[in-house]
Design a protein around this ligand. Sequence first.
Ligand code: NAD
Length: 471
Amino acid sequence: SDTSVNKHLLADENNMPTNASELVQRCRNAYESGKTKSVAFREKQLKQLLKMYKENELEFIAALASDLRKSKNEAFLSEMNILVSDVVNTLHYLKKWTSPEKVEKGLANLLDDVLIYKDPYGVVLVVGAWNYPAQLCLLPVSGAIAAGNCVVIKPSEVSVATAKLIGELIPKYLDQECYCVYQGGVTETTELLKQRFDYIFYTGSTAVGKIVRSAANEHLTPVTLELGGKSPVFIDKTANLEITVKRVLWGKFLNAGQTCIAPDYVLCSQEVQTQFVEKAKEIMSQWYGSDPKNAPDYCRIVSEKHLQRLKSLLNSGKVAIGGNDDPSEKYLAPTILIDVSPNDPIMREEIFGPILPIVTVQKSFDAIGFINSRPKPLSLYVFSSDKKVQELFLTQTHSGAVCINDTLMHYTIDTLPFGGVGASGIGCYHGKYTFDTFSYRKSVLVKNFNPLGEMIGSARYPPLTDKKTSL
Ligand code: NAD
């Protein structure tokens, strides 16, 4: 395949082993040399990563345009700016995060040091998805470097141009022994997953997440799984309709719906459905003009296969807006389907494209029941001015995150952990959580030989008495 050819070309160019086991062994040797233990070394690598983003902005923009026809501004907004601020933030806190943490202690340990050391895991694998091919593949890498790991990066083979660019740039900027890129598709990833890693960070579908977790079990390797699912939106009549429609459509049509936390479907009353569609027509024509195909800020579907899959979902409900496509451009119009039934095909899988189905429900309780009868979503969106309704969703449903009266924006707050629960994932990252993900928190107790401490602790020695063991 083309990707295999690319893999060999890139690997030979940089004098890297093309074989998964040799590549991982090379990283392991580098890890065991102790190079990455030095915080100064990590800092230097992070600065190089930042330099890589800054010096190759145009190259990244071009690769993202080639893979998904992302516009320059959308590429900055949803990929490059996020990567840059993350490295800047990581560099800022590096010393603090890597320092041992003192924890609270009781009287018995008054004279001791009670600490948490942040150990790197060792050699970690980061597997990326194609929808935000730069961001999702590289965002975990800064935390992995900061925590002192060696990293094998496996970009998605579907986003060919970005994968190629990452493969070319990483060896140019980062230490080649500690950080490397392994290219390829299912065959190559399967080979990679047979190797022993100390941590695996995977972003992609729930189905493949299960494969990754079983492979990790073989070596008892801990995993973070950033998966997908259907993220619901509930709208009630107390929501400001104009703002609601804008925020829902923006979250849905960004990257042509190929966003893991994109609002997947809407639950609302018949009345709200009618008003939503009316407003949506107005707003979509303001944003995209009369033909969204010509709008500069509207992406394309990543592949012919995905376009076909999405088209097969258009039979559910009735098309209220859009529905047309152009296979020659991998274009699918931003589409809204109304009166969709909960059992329609579009409600049985994650849509991952620019189609928004609306399912009508009577009340917020019905929406909650609907959501709770399905796998736990990655994100849940609630549009309501009623505090009681907000609280009801917050306390009576389970999801990776809840965002009230907006979509996607919780993702941009790096003091919030980002991740799923149940079928939508295991573990989390962003900001310090990325560093924590890639650090093993080692408990440390340091005692001394102070006679007072010995006296306090001597109650444990035999012969034991009731007096010695009573609290
Ligand atoms: P995918 O699971 O098909 O592919 C992701 C990665 O897994 C790729 O690198 C691919 O090479 C590898 N892979 C694919 N099949 C494999 C197999 N059989 N064995 C081993 N490795 C394999 O996912 P995708 O199509 O790239 O992404 C879409 C999914 O990812 C959606 O479900 C979406 O919601 C989810 N996603 C989640 C997040 C998140 O942060 N939670 C972000 C983006 C995408």
